[in-house]
Design a protein around this ligand. Structure first.
Ligand code: CMP
Length: 128
């Protein structure tokens, strides 16, 4: 995951300890629109699709190295879309209580999350 590139080995070990590895099968729902959420997910392996309930058109397809779930985590609002595994996926979950520790190690991570939040709230046409 690009976030963690360049992290000194000791810090990396500390970050890895904060993450909970999870496995999902194709078609499993990881987060559901409207539910409360207090964690975000990093994609280690696999592909997920982000979709609004009742819409056939996906908002995004995310791959290894991407993350999702930052919107509910940062805003405290319910999940604004459903994220479903397209393939078998290895994900790493980071919960709100551990985010502060991560921010101490990597202040730039907060900016990366906030930037994604802004871009995903009002995506420019034809942008990724
Ligand atoms: P959250 O609202 O916590 O749960 C659903 C997630 O889908 C959301 O956080 C984002 O991480 C992701 N998401 C929502 N809209 C988009 C979008 N337009 N592009 C990419 N990801 C999105």
């Amino acid at each position: 995951v690009p976030f963690f590139r360049g992290l000194p080995p000791d810090d990396f070990d500390q970050v890895v300890d904060l993450l909970r590895p999870l496995t999902f099968l194709a078609d499993d729902v990881v987060v559901r629109e409207g539910e409360e959420g207090d964690s975000l997910f990093l994609i280690g392996r696999g592909v997920v699709r982000v979709q609004r309930e009742g819409s056939d058109e996906p908002l995004a397809t995310l791959l290894a190295g991407d993350f999702f779930g930052e919107m509910a985590l940062l805003s405290g609002k319910p999940r604004n879309a459903t994220v479903r595994a397209v393939t078998h996926c290895s994900l790493y979950e980071l919960r709100r209580k551990d985010l502060a520790i991560l921010h101490e190690l990597r202040p730039d991570i907060r900016r990366a999350l906030e930037l994604a939040y802004l871009q995903r709230s009002s995506p420019a046409p034809a942008s990724a």
